[in-house]
Design a protein around this ligand. Sequence first.
Ligand SMILES: Nc1ncnc2c1ncn2[C@@H]1O[C@H](COP(=O)(O)OP(=O)(O)OP(=O)(O)O)[C@@H](O)[C@H]1O
Length: 762
Amino acid sequence: MIVMKHPDYETENEWLTFAKQYMDIVIQASESTEDQFRQHLKQALDGIDFKDSSFSYMNMLTNSNLLKRTSDEVKKLKRFRNKPYFARIDFQRDETGEKEELYFGKVSLFDKETQKPIIVDWRSPIANLYYDGRLGDVTYEAEGDEYKGHLSLKRQFIIEEGKLEDIRDVDLTTTDELLQQSLSGSASNRLTDIVSTIQEEQNSIIRADLNKPIIVQGAAGSGKTTIALHRISYFIYTYAEHFLPQQLMVLAPNRLFIDYISEVLPELGVDNILQTTFVDYVKKCINKSVKLKHPDEKLLSFLNKEYDNPAHMQWLASFKGSLPFRDMMDRYLADILQTLLPKDDFVVAKFRLYKASKIKHLLCEEYAYLPYYKRVDKVKRVLQNYVRTEKKEMIKRITAFYDQKLEKALFQYDESPKRKAYVSKALDKKEEALKHLQSDVKTAVTTYIKKLPHYDVFHYYKQMVTNETLVKKYGDGILSDEQVSLFCRYQQQLDQEGMYEVEDLAPLLYLQGKLYGIKEELQVKNVVIDEAQDYSYFQLCALKSTLETDMFTIVGDLAQGIHSYRGIQDWSMVQREILPRATYKTLQKSYRTTVEIMNAANGILKLLDLALPTVEPVVRHGIKPTFKVMSEEAKESVASLEHTIDQFVKEGHKTIAIIAKTNRECKKIAQWFKRYSSKTVQLLRENEEINKEAIVIVSSHLSKGLEFDAVIICLVDEVYEGNEIDIKLLYVSMTRPLHRLVLYGKKEADVLLDRIDRALYD
Ligand SMILES: Nc1ncnc2c1ncn2[C@@H]1O[C@H](COP(=O)(O)OP(=O)(O)OP(=O)(O)O)[C@@H](O)[C@H]1O
């Protein structure tokens, strides 16, 4: 093996053995009783000795901490036992002059006796030296202090199945070979972690100020999804003592995507994080079933030209996602609050216990930090407590009143039947009043609160959006008369169908948050949003308002904004209007695709006049994208596609996808394969897992976020036109492959190749 030729092979191999054995001992210790542990330890220690290590039997025995590892830590040690670390640096601190050899991995491990690190976690502050530091004089920061020193070695390891397979020293001249090797590999059907090859620009995002929101505009394949997940891992590590993973949520575009990223977080030592979609999250918050049109229905209807008046549809979608619509909701909410203010004083058995004006003060001022109906609950509790404490006093006062009357009667009347009758009547009245008080005490609060209106979120939403008078009132200065009428007619139509669309979810969530609040377990404190370019301003705003936090990690690519009719056009607006504390960062390098594929994709993207920088591919060359003519005959087409696929397989590519423009064409291609081919294909739907063995057939909008070794963009009857959505969908499809791209159409113009430099494809 070539690795053995490395001058430090022996030492490195010994260190690896030592680290693995130390891990074994710690694992064993945690799993056994103390007695078993002593015995196992004796056996395990026979023959282990590293660099005259102070790893002595007695010391190990006395170190009871070893027995107290938490099960989570042990799980991690087991998981990474065969790949304990991936890099080493040699660092001499200016402060002490001491030279430290530090090994970085996904767990941390300390020599219990000397307290020296055996493995340092990649998320620790000093690991910055590995990711950012050049050889020579360097500094790093930890807990606000700066440490200086000299970095004399940066070394990468490839360790497979516990064996040292390669050692690479990174010096000033060599490029990052490990990165090159990792990029030239094959795409699995799941996203993987990249801890050993995180690049400087990516590291700066992972470790950017954790107390501030962050917005990342990153090119296709620049590692946005990957980086967002690594940032979560870094966050959990840094705030382990103050923050539970359950307080963090990842919002992904669909369930297919959640499945695609599912392995990264556990691999990065993070479990128990809520991973969901915006739609599912809002449904949980509202806690009632919502009949929702498919979130992609509008996009597909635009694509299929199903709308009589697409401009109207576009306006409706963008308006419903806009901040002016949020402003209308705010005006409406102010009026709803007025309806919740009681008109009458709170009275129990004729005792006026609380003035209406005082209750109004509670609802509008004192509890203003709470959702409306939580304020009402609070008032209810205040009144109940008040009634309880005032009950004795009220009894006292009623009793005193009647006793006084009785006393008077005793003096006023002599012992006549008249007096008897009067006394008996007064006694009855007293009893009645006390009875009445007892029953009133029980029901007064509920009766009083019940007089306030109590509707669910759907009622409130519908009440406004389907009523022209109200829309006109709240939309004053925002909407023209024509827009009011268009909007109301549209919402009335939806109401008649008993349906909502995805654009309704932001206002519904907003109302839910303002009116009722959400369950505690859904009240996460930190949110990571992937593919955020497809969100609307109102969606982000509703999340922020309902969760009462601005701690968002937002990653997206405006060039892939296929839902831009409702989505974000501009990150600066998000920063200005929604997340003013946010750090803004960009990622321009693409790590996924070859230079040749990226150049062609860039050519397509240039057709749109977006104010985005051109994507720079990390230098990795491959075959140029190729155009092939699609036959008129289904059988012939399948034969040609099969031929291309066979070629891909011959070249060593494992994951292959056919990306069609729409679901309709996907179905058609899948049927063709069923009829004319023996190859296994999978028509990928949103809720399915990707079958590794099959050729995946997926529509362009669903392919967003995914990646494959080789991709065939295939048009049967459809074409990509020069409009914004089509260009973006084609761009998304073209940026999915790692190594190979072939485009099929009746003619080059069908895939817009006639509009780019001829030298960019074959
Ligand atoms: N530093 C790195 N080292 C190795 N691989 C990397 C690195 N950065 C990114 N990659 C790889 O590049 C590919 C693209 O990453 P990812 O899917 O996170 O990008 P993205 O920006 O979310 O892409 P898109 O917007 O196109 O969905 C993945 O295979 C990822 O593993």
